[in-house]
Design a protein around this ligand. Structure first.
Ligand code: ACO
Length: 332
């Protein structure tokens, strides 16, 4: 039987720490406001010459070192990001060049906070069908360059941070029990404009104008209450769904690793699922919300600290712009 296992994980966060107090010096906000509503204490901002590809490359190198992979071992690349270095081509080919992967195929995934899980599901399908034996999945974000660090942009600016995470996926016969088990993927495009960057976009003629910068329509927009309302419903729903699909119960799960959207969302989800604090991971206090990078960063940290060990049953879950939501169940 062909199944897929995680052979290695890695993550990278930029050196520059930006605290809530630092942000309070740039806009009308406070450490207290941010902590109380989001749980975030600090986040990392990339240096001027770093983009999402560079952070993805560092994370990929760490994951490949853990897996014992050389560049020649990578047969396919999947790169999830909402903050690509260029409008096109995507970060996948840029990472492919940086890592010296020859002519290896590279797919970019644009599924926002759920991008890493959508990518994981594609990689799993490719491996199971026999198309590839080893796929590199990366999630990386450079959010800081798109945030408006002023009073008008404060609702979004306090939430997001930069970083990258990666996982090396390889074929297994499943005999040691270590394998991806199942994925549930959802979307509801009726909510597309509740969390988005509307412009620039090719629907406009021309697609980019100076006005879009001046009138702030190119700034990220979020209807925070709508996001909260849907997130606390969809996270538990999709976690229960992926467990039920394969006959598991939530008590069997060693760790739920949610997309780090907001500590209040994570807490509400944990309470709805009636899970103990130690079984729902959070590191948002250190990194803020890193969108497609948050799950692979969390997974890599948990492996590095020894909290997640081989044989543990993990449930990865995400909700985000689209709206999209997803869960992956795996035996690490
Ligand atoms: N600092 C200080 N005050 C602020 C800030 C800020 N950074 N941002 C907004 N405010 C002000 C508002 O202007 C408003 O002022 P007003 O009363 O004078 O109009 C006041 O704070 C309260 O604003 P609300 O929007 O009512 O605040 P609320 O308590 O609903 O909290 C929040 C807003 C934190 C966004 C909340 O709706 C929430 O948690 N939503 C979930 C969104 C989220 O976490 N998204 C994560 C990213 S998306 C994802 O990953 C899925």
């Amino acid at each position: 039987m062909r199944l897929t296992r995680i052979a290695g994980t890695g993550h990278y966060v930029p050196e520059r720490i930006v605290t809530n107090h630092d942000l309070a010096g740039m806009m009308d906000t406070s450490d207290e406001w941010i902590r109380e509503r989001t749980g975030i204490v600090e986040r990392r901002f990339a240096s001027a010459d770093q983009g999402s590809t560079a952070m993805g490359v560092e994370a990929a190198r760490a994951a490949m070192a853990e897996a014992g992979w050389e560049p020649a071992d990578v047969q396919f690349v999947i790169f999830a990001t909402v903050s690509p270095d260029m409008y096109f081509p995507g970060d996948g080919v840029l990472l492919q060049k940086e890592l010296g992967l020859g002519t290896t195929g590279a797919l970019d995934v644009r599924n926002q906070c759920t991008g890493f899980l959508y990518g994981l599901s594609v990689a799993d399908a490719y491996v199971r069908m026999g198309m590839y034996d080893r796929v590199l999945v990366v999630g990386a974000e450079c959010q800081s360059s798109g945030l408006r660090l002023d009073d008008e942009g404060r609702d979004m600016a306090v939430l997001f941070g930069d970083g990258g995470g990666a996982a090396c996926l390889e074929v297994t016969d499943g005999e040691d029990g270590s394998a991806l088990i199942w994925h549930q993927l959802h979307s509801d495009g009726r909510f597309a404009e509740e969390l988005c960057i509307r412009k620039p976009g090719a629907i406009n003629r021309p697609w980019l104008t100076a006005e879009m910068i001046e009138d702030r329509s190119s700034a990220p927009f979020m209807n925070g209450r709508e996001v909260f309302r849907n997130a606390v419903k969809r996270f538990p729903e999709v976690i229960n769904e992926v467990l039920a699909e394969k006959g598991f119960t939530k008590d069997q799960v060693d760790m739920v690793i949610p997309h780090q959207a907001n500590l209040r969302i994570t807490e509400a989800v944990r309470k709805r699922l009636e899970l103990p604090e130690e079984k729902v991971f959070s590191n948002i206090e250190k990194y803020g919300n890193t969108t497609a990078a948050s799950i692979p960063i969390a997974l890599s940290e948990l492996v590095d600290s020894g909290t997640v060990e081989r044989g543990h049953l993990l449930c990865l879950a995400a909700f985000g712009s689209g709206f999209t939501w997803a869960a992956s169940l795996l035996r690490y």
